[in-house]
Design a protein around this ligand. Structure first.
Ligand SMILES: Nc1ncnc2c1ncn2[C@@H]1O[C@H](COP(=O)(O)OP(=O)(O)OP(=O)(O)O)[C@@H](O)[C@H]1O
Ligand SMILES: [Mg+2]
Length: 264
């Protein structure tokens, strides 16, 4: 379970660049829930994910993962329970290391000891098996540098890396945005499988309304650092892309100074 409770974050406080990005963001995800997150540029989506991963610390508010208060834990301390895949295929892996070295690092994520890129033969067999499930032929390229892979191949490996440790939480930040449509749907199908098979609690940021409705089981919209739409179940099933776009445009055109805007 993830529980974000009234998160506030202002960047560059006290300077002319002061930017209040999270403004009382609250959201609770049950275990195994897969939530898609939409919202315009600057709405605070990535900042919210950064707060969950521990890459930023909120100014106030609290964050719980599985009931434990992680608000003051840094990213390293949360690494055992939180995995991430970024928009930029270069961001989630080390391009100078081989595929198997990257997987070995992922296997050790969140563990204090033994961090290194040496690959044990037993792990190599595991990597080969897991890579084979991607059907990209990568199981025969364990020794290739990550930098040689295409964007789609890298995102697929990043997702695989996210599933090597028994993480509880998977954060996806526009992870198909840099991919062509065919590769994007391959990576999305893989995402669905990995989330389901590992029982992950997942948050996926996307600018695609179609993706937001077709994947996961709940959709939230962020606007000016708060949740302004939260739909699931029947209500969500009834929404189509034009409906969501309409809500999106309506929200974007208005300033959020009162709760009258809270939808859903
Ligand atoms: N570490 C930081 N330091 C200063 N400002 C930041 C930092 N991180 C984000 N911001 C600012 O916070 C605001 C919200 O950024 P955020 O990345 O959360 O938006 P987003 O909803 O993910 O937008 P996009 O759809 O463009 O990815 C932006 O104005 C951004 O410049
Ligand atoms: Mg972002």
């Amino acid at each position: 379970m993830i529980r974000a409770d009234n998160l506030f974050k202002t960047f560059n406080r006290g300077t002319p660049l002061e930017n209040p990005v999270l403004r009382g963001l609250s959201l609770t995800l049950e275990n195994g829930q897969f939530v898609t997150v939409i919202g315009s540029n600057g709405a605070g989506k990535s900042t919210f994910l950064n707060a969950i991963s521990g890459d930023i610390t909120p100014d106030s508010g609290r964050l719980f993962i599985d009931g434990a208060d992680v608000t003051r834990l840094n990213a390293w301390q949360r690494a055992g329970s939180v995995a991430r895949v970024f928009q930029d295929p270069l961001a989630g892996t080390c391009e100078g290391l081989t595929i198997e070295e990257n997987l070995a690092l992922a296997l050790q994520r969140g563990q204090r000891r033994g961090l290194g890129r040496a690959v044990r033969p037993s792990d190599r067999a595991l990597f080969r098996d897991r890579l084979a499930t991607l059907k990209l032929g990568l199981e025969n390229r364990l020794g290739d540098r990550m930098g040689l892979l295409s964007g789609g191949q890298r995102q697929a490996v990043s997702l695989l890396m996210a599933s090597l440790q028994p993480s509880k939480v998977l954060l996806l930040d526009e992870h198909t945005a840099a991919l062509d449509p065919k590769t994007a749907s391959f990576v999305m199908a893989l995402t669905d499988t990995i989330v389901r098979e590992n029982g992950l609690t997942a948050l996926m940021v996307t600018h695609s309304m179609r993706q937001a409705l077709d994947h996961g089981d709940r959709t939230v919209m962020l606007h000016q650092g708060r949740v302004v739409l939260d739909v699931a179940g029947e209500e969500r099933a009834r929404l189509d892309v034009p409906d969501l776009l309409h809500l999106f445009e309506r929200t974007r055109g208005e300033q959020l100074d009162d709760d009258a805007l809270l939808l859903g």
